[in-house]
Design a protein around this ligand. Structure first.
Ligand code: CTP
Ligand code: CA
Length: 221
């Protein structure tokens, strides 16, 4: 019913949302990942679709069902996500990067299962591309770019630096140290940061958090 009752203030807008973790293979059996479940990104995609936007959701591995009326593109690694996002980014009006993208991947991926030895093991890691920084550098006139920041310390300062460095219009700062925030839960506690202001939202459902983020993006466009 919400699909019908909701005001369609995003009608005609193209929105790309990323969500979930990435998986970086070590060998055919193992990978490196993080605790992201995709809940926040999926909530954003759902809210945008309800408000009439044409939504593409590029999602890392997640147990969640993609929202209705959303084009879902499933990816695994940071490299896959980079490809999927940059192929589609040019004609988007709004891009919201809620995904928890791996910063490093194994430099060499073994073709066979690695066998254990008696000695210790080190795995050499190399940097992945920063998708959001790339989008910020390529941002076209009128395009709105929103990132997320996950921190355990110096939340606002680190997030403000990311806003600037990646040429974003908005960053949603998330602390893992706050009750009711972080991975997997149904609630979040975030601060929305733009060049001009900083607005702290109280603890609320990820869906309500998504609505508030979208309200502010729409007010700024
Ligand atoms: N991000 C991205 N590509 C990467 C890494 C991060 O697009 N390779 C995006 C995330 O989707 C998020 C934002 O950048 O929107 C911030 O991610 P975060 O991990 O908080 O910051 P980093 O810039 O990666 O810095 P660090 O992890 O060192 O804090
Ligand atoms: Ca990171």
């Amino acid at each position: 019913l919400q699909e019908i009752a909701c005001e369609k203030d995003m009608k005609g807008l193209k929105v790309l949302v990323t969500a979930g973790p990435t998986q970086e293979s070590i060998d055919p059996v193992r990978y490196i990942t993080n605790h992201s479940t995709g809940k926040m990104g999926y909530a954003i995609a759902r809210v945008c679709a309800r408000r009439g936007a044409c939504v593409t959701l590029v999602t890392g591995p997640s147990a969640l069902k993609p929202p209705e009326f959303v084009e879902a593109v499933a990816v695994k690694s940071a490299r896959d996500m980079f490809e999927a996002v940059t192929q589609r980014s040019a004609h988007q009006d709004i891009i919201i990067k809620a995904a928890a993208v791996a910063d490093y991947r194994p430099k060499h991926v073994s073709g066979e299962k690695m066998k254990k030895k008696d000695s210790e093991l080190s795995i050499e890691l190399e940097r992945t591309d920063d998708i959001l920084a790339y989008l910020g550098a390529e941002k076209r006139e009128g395009q709105f770019l929103c990132g997320f920041a996950m921190e355990t310390e110096n939340l606002l300062e680190n997030s403000r630096q990311k806003l600037k460095k990646k040429n974003l219009d908005m960053i949603v700062a998330n602390s893992l140290r706050v009750d009711g925030a972080g991975f997997g839960g149904d609630t979040n506690v975030v601060t929305i940061i733009t060049e001009k202001e900083e607005v702290s939202l109280g603890k609320m459902s990820k869906e309500e958090t998504a609505s508030q983020i979208i309200d502010r993006i729409m007010a700024m466009r």
